[in-house]
Write a protein that binds this ligand. Structure first.
Ligand code: PYC
Length: 314
């Protein structure tokens, strides 16, 4: 299997460019189901230790159904499959450009949850225009064993998020272990207490955020991803969900710049406008800009007789 690795504001993306599964044709939502049911060993091979580590997000390039799209993509990680991935789409665009498959400018990319637009501003900087995002519920109370009640919002940004603001713990790197522990407990409690997205899907990302008093940054965040690791970037789908909540509360005007910083210091510059939508909930379109850099071109090998040829399956 041939892969290209990049990082977007610190968060890795591994794009499979050769040797991935053939998932046939049809909507990407059907192809991701085939990937999960019939070809999950490819995900494990590409993403599990020792070939990768838990924070890596994989991206399988697929032929798009829509001829106007430059590519289709299915994102996956150590736990399974993602609807969309903001940092991964920026990494994918930079990778496709590195391969000479796309030029600078605007391209459409098909994902299992809809078409996104990516504007490749330079070989290492891109803006994505995400699928419509919205807040599903506010003031959701979840009881976390030995911790107490935590209040948050449920929002869609291409994945389902539970957003807690202000963060229950200071967003400092010394607290990462405690933040991972607490956000995992919240994610488990959400599932146990029956909180889901509007479509009944699991809420598989938890975001803590805090306002930042600085001329260059508006907000710092910490995002727990489905596989129990935190996003090293400010999380594109999480930032989209956050913008949807700010828009609903009238705390951020359409077109106003919002700089989101990750706990590790990577930054996304974001803005939104109101999507044309009928009725409730009100939808927004988030635009997220960030940098990505190529860090490796690798051939992944599985030798006969290797008991861990699939990687370490947990
Ligand atoms: O950037 O949307 C994102 C993302 C989701 C999971 C990891 N990164």
């Amino acid at each position: 299997m041939q892969v290209i690795d990049s990082h977007t504001e610190g968060e890795p993306t591994r794009v499979i460019i050769e040797g991935g599964p053939d998932l046939g044709t049809g909507p990407l939502s059907d192809r991701v189901a085939r990937f999960r049911e019939n070809a999950d060993e490819y995900r494990q091979f590409a993403i599990n230790e020792p070939r990768a580590f838990d924070a890596v997000v994989g991206a399988l390039i697929c032929k798009p159904e829509d001829p106007d799209c430059a590519a289709g993509v299915i994102f996956f990680n150590n736990a399974g499959y993602l609807g969309m991935c903001g940092h991964g789409t920026i990494g994918l665009a930079v990778t496709l450009h590195h391969l000479g498959r796309i030029g600078l400018g605007t391209h459409q990319i098909e994902t299992p949850v809809g078409v996104v637009t990516v504007d490749l501003i330079s070989p290492n900087r891109a803006t994505i225009e995400n699928v419509p995002s919205y807040r599903h519920k506010s003031n959701v109370m979840v009881e976390v064993e030995n911790i107490g009640m935590i209040s948050g919002e449920i929002a869609w940004g291409g994945n389902w998020f539970f957003l807690v603001h202000p963060s229950p713990l200071p967003l400092e790197t010394d607290n990462i272990e405690a933040l991972v522990y607490l956000s995992k407990k919240i994610m488990e409690s959400l599932a146990q207490q029956g909180h889901t997205g509007s479509d009944g899907a699991a809420i598989d990302h938890v975001e803590f955020s805090e306002d930042v008093v600085s001329p260059n940054v508006d907000c710092r965040n910490f995002v727990l991803c489905p596989g129990g690791v935190y996003d090293r970037s400010p999380c594109g789908t999480g930032t989209s969900a956050k913008l949807a909540c700010l828009a609903e509360d009238g705390k951020l005007e359409p077109g106003a710049t919002f700089v989101q910083e990750s706990i590790g210091g990577g930054q996304f510059t974001a803005e939104y406008w109101k999507a044309e939508s009928v009725g409730e909930p009100a939808m927004i379109i988030a635009r997220i800009t960030g940098n990505a850099f190529i860090i490796g071109e690798t051939k992944l090998i599985g030798q006969p007789g290797d008991p861990l040829a699939q990687g370490i399956v947990t």
